[in-house]
Design a protein around this ligand. Structure first.
Ligand SMILES: NC(=O)c1ccc[n+]([C@@H]2O[C@H](COP(=O)([O-])OP(=O)(O)OC[C@H]3O[C@@H](n4cnc5c(N)ncnc54)[C@H](OP(=O)(O)O)[C@@H]3O)[C@@H](O)[C@H]2O)c1
Length: 265
């Protein structure tokens, strides 16, 4: 009964793993004894976060500078990872971007940019990672893909914080949820589970405008049944369970991690 949630020794890739929700996930995996490869565009951010993780478990995190908005950047990341490991147990597709503008002024570039990184890159990276994900995948110990969706993917609101509209973001996260279900069917025979976590508001760079100041954080919390925004522990515990033996029979699920917001009557 005791090793349901043991994930020590697993090899993980977390995109955008040095900031916000990705950093929470990476630190959780490191503290649970995983080796984690992280990737995003800003070298100094990756470097600073990696040395923070080194202080917890030396060498547990290795970073790669990668722009996942491009086909070459995505392929190069997979090639770099393959030079350092022959398998990957866990892929967390976390990198994402948003765009805010009033409806009448919402530019086409705001759709292209957001759909590219939030949807196309997730599909492409998952496909290119398959040889590494399949290497150690077994029926009784599947490899895991976790996509970070959003409450906005299930709840078609233009904004969770009453600010400008994030139309393309909402649509992109709906697509992430759909992709998750589609890919779960496709990859189940290959012993890979695919699930999405659909967070409500969590503190991060992307959400700093709404979560940094106490006043706006409190205003946000008023619309959350449990009365608070998400915390690192909430995210880490959910990811740990999904990656563990205890999570091996779950696939194609969109898991709301939103303090009850998506069930708000
Ligand atoms: N925070 C929330 O309340 C919340 C709620 C629901 C869902 N989410 C989702 O959670 C995920 C993480 O967001 P966050 O809130 O933690 O914000 P964040 O700290 O801004 O994280 C976004 C990450 O994506 C990376 N990224 C952006 N463009 C990239 C690119 N072209 N190539 C590679 N990496 C790229 C960023 O790194 P670089 O800029 O260095 O590339 C950054 O690490 C996103 O998918 C977001 O939609 C967040």
């Amino acid at each position: 009964m005791t090793d349901f949630f043991d994930i020590s020794g697993k090899v993980a890739v977390v995109t955008g793993g040095a900031t916000g929700i990705g950093a929470m996930i990476t630190e959780g995996l490191v503290r649970s004894g995983c080796r984690v490869f992280i990737a995003s565009r800003k070298q100094e951010v990756l470097e600073e976060f990696t040395s923070r993780m080194d202080a917890i478990v030396s060498g547990a995190v290795q970073y790669f500078v990668a722009d996942l908005a491009t086909e070459d950047g995505t392929a190069e990341l997979v090639a770099n990872i393959a030079e350092h490991t022959d398998h990957v147990d866990i892929l967390v597709n976390n990198s994402g971007a948003s765009w805010g503008a009033d409806f009448d002024a919402f530019p086409r570039s705001g759709w292209d940019k957001v759909l590219n990184i939030n949807v196309t890159a997730v599909a492409d990276l998952t496909r290119l990672m398959l040889p590494l994900l399949e290497k150690n995948a077994r029926a009784d110990a599947p490899s895991r893909v976790i996509n970070i969706g959003s409450i906005m993917g299930t709840w078609p609101t233009k904004s969770v914080s009453n600010s400008v509209g994030t139309y393309s973001y909402t649509v992109s996260k709906g697509a992430v949820h759909h992709l998750t279900k589609l890919f779960s069917n496709e990859l189940a025979p290959r012993h890979i589970t695919v699930n999405a976590i659909a967070p409500g508001p969590f503190p991060s760079r992307m959400m700093a405008f709404a979560t940094d100041a106490k006043e706006s954080r409190d205003a946000l919390a008023e619309n959350i049944p449990l009365g608070r925004i998400g915390a690192a522990d909430d995210m880490i515990a959910t990811v740990t369970w999904l990656c563990s033996r205890g999570g091996s029979y779950m696939t194609g699920a969109i898991i709301p991690l939103d303090g009850g917001m998506s069930a708000w009557a």
